[in-house]
Design a protein around this ligand. Structure first.
Ligand code: DC
Length: 226
């Protein structure tokens, strides 16, 4: 493949990034890269070792002992492999969401993961979602989208997602956690969540999934001749 195309989708938790990116990736035949899952894998690994996500020395000491693999099954679903073990299910808890947000603030973690993310984009056409894709990971991405929604709407979506999975959830608690994560992710000194100057902002508060996909498909088609 000569040129690899990349579509960057950034935004806060619960804005609909992964749902939208998965759908579009399937439609376009692109690889979907969920970068949040990579940070979650680091958080889960440290958690198993009993290392606090705020412990700078502990994070620096143990990060080298972690080997992360990203694999895709026949349906294009991303699996996270932690030192040979598939932890794709284990990383999807509210506790790991919070810990991933804290772990992602460490320079050493961001450095290690940066190359991994760029390597995938060098080899494949990708739709990559995260917090710093358009600003740091792929500043030359062909399409840059900033997907957002009101915190209350995002909390309700996350609540319904967890309930559908059979997990326990309390809406006000989820809202508080989302607001805390927004604060941490936007205020960290390295690669904070912010909209790139050349990103297109899409507010999904009043849109359903089909509406968002239609809007983003239109933006993609303007920029990439597929
Ligand atoms: O997208 P997510 O909720 O799975 O991400 C979990 C945490 O990982 C998020 O709160 C911040 C961090 N993260 C990041 O710092 N940079 C990214 N590109 C993706 C996620």
């Amino acid at each position: 493949m000569d040129k690899c195309y990349s579509i960057a989708i950034d935004g806060p938790a619960g804005a609909g990034k992964s749902t939208i990116a998965k759908r579009l990736a399937k439609e376009l035949g692109f690889v979907y890269v969920d970068t949040g899952a990579i940070y979650r894998t680091v958080a889960y690994f440290l958690d198993l070792l009993g290392v606090s996500p705020k412990d700078v020395d502990g994070v620096e000491r143990y990060i080298d002992e972690l080997t992360i693999g990203i694999e895709y099954d026949a349906d294009g679903v991303q699996h996270m492999i932690m030192n040979g073990m598939d932890v794709s299910g284990e990383i999807r808890t509210q506790d790991i969401s919070q810990k991933a947000s804290l772990v992602s603030a460490h320079a050493v973690v961001r450095e290690v993961l940066l190359d991994m993310q760029r390597d995938v984009a060098k080899k494949h056409n990708v739709i990559m979602d995260g917090r710093d894709i358009a600003t740091v990971v792929l500043p030359d991405a062909d399409v840059k989208i900033f997907l957002t929604a009101d915190p209350e709407v995002r909390a309700k979506r996350r609540y319904e997602e967890l309930i559908a999975k059979g997990q326990k959830a309390v809406l006000p608690t989820i809202l508080k956690e989302i607001q805390q994560r927004d604060y941490q992710d936007t205020h960290r000194p390295i690669a904070p969540l912010k909209m790139a100057k050349d990103s297109v902002k899409v507010d999904t508060s009043a849109l359903d999934i089909d509406g968002v996909v239609t809007a983003i498909r239109g933006i993609v088609k303007e920029k990439i001749d597929l």
